[in-house]
Ligand binder design. Structure first.
Ligand code: DC
Length: 227
């Protein structure tokens, strides 16, 4: 029997491993994985390059709105601005420091929502972000809300950055995470919150394998999947 092509929405705090887990699930099920944060990051990179964000993170919203109308942004599944693959640039600290204010702007969210809904309309997709189960796909068949302790999340992010040769301090990473958690959870449009029908996954002490075992149990029990 063929497994159904459902929508799996994964939301949660920064650095809980949402994208890594989503990628693995997509591979296991033969689904497409889409990292919605990459779109917000690409728009932030675009705004930084155009000089539309000042050193205090104040944004020239009128110019940003104008420039979005001609911006060619795509997920293939890596993120592109025009023909340029910007997957590496969007993970740098300058983008991380400005992405939350950019993603709090209502017209930016509407722009991204359109792209995401188009990508997911046929199902068979695992999408991760902050508002996938609450706003982008409120009817997603499976919603997972991921969390882990702030210290554990900062440690994971710090190790990742150091391994890729970046010079950051643990304190800087922890501060960036706490600030993003705060802005993401308190913005007026589609704030980060757990959907009422989401299943919580606290992975503070879990490995990726533990998480997969947990998920497969749900896919078998609730969706009759052969996994
Ligand atoms: O998942 P990430 O850390 O790459 O996301 C970057 C930022 O984008 C995050 O701080 C909040 C924002 N975001 C959002 O507001 N809604 C989403 N669906 C995904 C990300």
């Amino acid at each position: 029997m063929k497994n159904p092509k459902i929508i799996i929405a994964i939301d949660g705090y920064s650095s809980t491993g949402k994208s890594s887990f989503a990628k693995l699930i997509a591979k296991e099920l033969g689904y497409v994985h889409l990292d919605s944060g990459a779109l917000y990051r690409a728009i932030t990179l675009h705004a930084l390059r155009k000089g539309l964000i000042d050193y205090r993170n104040r944004i020239d919203e009128d110019s940003l709105m104008d420039s979005l109308s001609t911006l060619k942004i795509s997920l293939r599944p890596e993120v592109y601005l025009g023909d340029e693959n910007v997957e590496t640039e969007i993970r740098q600290m300058d983008v991380s420091n400005s992405v939350s204010p950019i993603s709090a702007i209502p017209f930016v969210r509407a722009f991204v929502d359109n792209i995401l809904r188009e990508c997911g309309k046929d199902g068979g997709i695992v999408m991760d972000g902050r508002d996938i189960g609450t706003n982008v796909f409120p009817n997603a068949e499976l919603k997972i809300f991921m969390t882990a302790s702030p210290d554990e999340r900062a440690t994971r992010r710090y190790k990742e950055m150091v391994a890729s040769g970046k010079h950051v301090s643990f304190e800087e990473v922890l501060k960036n995470l706490s600030e993003r958690d705060y802005i993401d959870s308190h913005r007026s449009v589609s704030p980060l919150r757990q959907a009422d029908d989401a299943i919580v996954l606290d992975n503070t002490t879990m490995t990726m394998e533990d998480q997969m075992v947990w998920l497969k149990g749900i896919l078998r029990d609730q969706f009759g999947m052969d996994v």
